[in-house]
Design a protein around this ligand. Structure first.
Ligand SMILES: *[C@@H]1O[C@H](CO)[C@@H](O)[C@H](O)[C@H]1NC(C)=O
Ligand SMILES: *[C@@H]1O[C@H](CO)[C@@H](O)[C@H](O)[C@H]1NC(C)=O
Length: 208
């Protein structure tokens, strides 16, 4: 899979990325835009065909900068070209908590509505959807203090923390919500962030 992201220019803000497995067509993407320049994130993706399970697993590393020592704000990205039916990964949390765990919530939506947990969406609880909800193994999901040299050119601020998520989407190409292919060279994805929203873990709306 070589995702073609729906966004345009590439930004070479590069955090230290490691590829988890050597596999077919790894992809890395970094972007800075939106929210008055507060969106700063890098994604790396690679897939590995698991002979034992007979399915394609997607290995994801997502890193994002936080510019305030605050629990507010979130980042999200998803497989799909719109919220409805996308397989979405939403990240948030308080980097100054004693244990700076980051919440990573796997969600979808049945329209341009706040994403719900997949089992709370009626259309994913049908016989047709059975066996087509990928399992997600979260390997790492945490905040680390940022001590690098990067300073945002418009904010004139250094990030205070980096949110780091490593996870594996087992059998990702069987996802029932939208077309996800393990052989396509153009996988649509959506993303969104809001740096200062007091999210409280409840609702979030992702723009295309
Ligand atoms: C894609 O998945 C199918 C099974 O769903 C498998 O036969 C094929 O080898 C996979 N291709 C790659 C490139 O992983
Ligand atoms: C491959 O799939 C099997 C069966 O689901 C699982 O036990 C194993 O951990 C998987 N291997 C990797 C590298 O994920």
């Amino acid at each position: 899979m070589a995702p073609s992201f729906a966004w345009s220019s590439l930004f070479t803000l590069c955090l230290s990325f490691t590829t988890l497995v050597t596999a077919y067509r790894p992809v890395q993407h970094c972007k800075q835009l939106g929210d008055n320049g507060h969106y700063s994130a890098c994604t790396s993706l690679t897939q590995h065909y698991n002979q034992t399970s007979g399915q394609a697993d997607l290995y994801v590393r997502y890193q994002w900068y936080k510019y305030q020592e605050s629990q507010n704000g979130w980042h999200a990205f998803g497989l799909g070209n719109k919220m409805a039916g996308a397989l979405m990964f939403i990240m948030y949390g308080n980097p100054t908590a004693p244990t700076p765990d980051m919440t990573l919530s796997v969600r979808s939506a049945d329209g341009h509505h706040p994403p719900l947990l997949i089992h709370d969406i009626a259309k994913f609880n049908t016989p047709a959807a059975e066996g087509r909800i990928p399992e997600v193994d979260i390997i790492t999901s945490k905040f680390e203090p940022y001590s690098g040299p990067y300073e945002h050119p418009e904010l004139h601020l250094k990030p205070t923390h980096v949110g780091i998520a490593d996870f594996v989407v087992h059998g990702y190409s069987k996802w029932v919500g939208t077309t996800v292919s393990n052989t396509s060279t153009a996988q649509p994805m959506i993303w969104a962030s809001k740096y200062d929203q007091d999210f409280g873990g409840t609702t979030v709306l992702i723009a295309r």
